[in-house]
Every structure is written in structure tokens, then in C-alpha cells.
Design a binder for this molecule. Structure first.
Ligand SMILES: C[S@@+](CC[C@H](N)C(=O)[O-])C[C@H]1O[C@@H](n2cnc3c(N)ncnc32)[C@H](O)[C@@H]1O
Length: 191
């Protein structure tokens, strides 16, 4: 197991990696990874330090530039940051691990099925997808007007035939006390 000796996230003022990325990395071994909606790279930098070969994509050129400059300064040539619109659903390469944390809800709702189908197709046999996305249900209406939210069971249904390593639709509490439900999925593609 690789131990991270220098906290690059703190050095560059990034938040710690998403807790589900940290959890997933206890199972997923270093491989070619795609970070979808990377922002300025809290997850990409973490994955890069663990030895993943990371492609990090986002529509925000400022965020992509910041991540690219971190990888250049740290001589981490295993992190490549690129401007890319996820709505295109046309990933050009295959990956062992695709992570998409708190990003899917910003995607054009009409494109989400295509986006997930493309992620699944571009995952190598035996590889993993991690998705964390807000939900909007009768019991827990989403308090934030995201363009897209998931319905109960929608994400697990989309991964039928994959091994669900982790799946939950837990309800969390925001800083202002409002309830926000998220679907969290770590799934393994059949080998
Ligand atoms: C809430 S942030 C999540 C960042 C990161 N995944 C994390 O866990 O910290 C959502 C990110 O998705 C990006 N995003 C939104 N729509 C996108 C799109 N169509 N294509 C690529 N990135 C997009 C935003 O620019 C933003 O950086």
C-alpha cells in the first residue's frame, strides 16, 4: 500500500480528497484513472500521489490550469488536466477507474444516460466506476436547484450486471440544516 508522505492538497489549498474517493482507493489498485469534473484537483492530486495515471477533466479552464500547474510544479507527469465538456459523452480512452463525485448533477439531464453509458463503455473489464450524485425524492426533495438529480434506485438500475461494491442513498444534513440525499455507487465491471 502506498503511503502519502506530503499533503499536497494542503500545500496547494485544496480540500482533502472526497471521502468516497479515499474509501474506493482501499479497493481499487493504481491504474489509468479518469476524474470527471475534477475542479482544481483535490481528487486528482490524491490519486496521482497514490500512483494512479490520472486524466482529469472539467469545463472550467481556470480550474484545469490550476491543477495542471500543480502537476507541473510537483513534476507529477502522471496527472494530465484537460478542458472537456462531459455532456459530449465521447471519452476517447479506456480506464481502470472512473470517478465522478458531485458532478453529475451539473450535467444536462438529457445527456446523463449517454454520459453514464459512455463511462461504462470506456471502463476496462474488471475496472471501477465511482459516482456520488444528489437525489430528489418525494421523501427528501432536493433543496438545491441542480439541473439534474437522481430518483430512488435509478443509479443502481443503470449499473445492472455490474458488481455493486458499495451502493447507498443516504440522507445528509447541510450546514443550514436542510436535508440532502445522495446516491453513492462504487461498481465493478464484469471481467
Ligand atoms: C461540485 S464540483 C465537484 C468537483 C470534484 N469532483 C470534487 O469532488 O471535489 C463540480 C465540478 O463539475 C464541473 N462541471 C460542471 N459541468 C461540467 C461539464 N459539463 N463538463 C465538465 N465538468 C463540469 C464544474 O466545473 C465543477 O468543477
Amino acid at each position: 500500500m502506498v503511503t502519502i508522505k506530503v499533503d499536497l492538497n494542503s500545500r496547494y489549498g485544496l480540500n482533502p480528497a472526497h471521502s468516497e474517493v479515499v474509501e474506493a482507493c482501499k479497493i481499487v489498485e493504481s491504474c489509468d484513472a479518469l476524474d470527471m469534473g475534477c475542479s482544481n484537483g483535490r481528487n486528482a492530486v490524491y490519486l496521482g500521489q497514490l500512483g494512479f495515471n490520472v486524466t482529469a477533466i472539467d469545463t472550467n479552464p481556470g480550474a484545469v490550469d490550476m491543477l495542471q500547474s500543480i502537476s507541473t510544479q510537483e513534476h507529477m507527469d502522471n496527472i494530465k488536466a484537460q478542458v472537456y465538456d462531459i455532456n459530449n459523452a465521447s471519452l476517447g480512452e479506456d480506464y481502470g477507474f472512473i470517478t465522478c463525485t458531485v458532478t453529475l448533477m451539473f450535467i444536462d439531464p438529457a445527456r446523463v444516460d449517454e454520459v453514464i453509458a459512455d463511462m461504462q463503455e470506456r471502463t476496462l473489464a474488471g475496472g471501477y466506476n465511482l459516482i456520488v450524485c444528489a437525489m430528489n425524492t418525494e421523501e427528501n426533495p432536493c433543496p438545491v436547484p441542480f439541473p439534474f438529480t437522481l430518483k430512488t434506485g435509478q443509479l443502481s438500475d443503470t449499473y445492472e450486471g455490474w458488481e455493486l461494491i458499495k451502493y447507498n442513498e443516504d440522507v445528509g444534513t447541510m450546514h443550514n440544516g436542510a436535508k440532502l440525499q445522495f446516491a453513492t455507487l462504487l461498481a465493478r465491471k464484469p471481467s
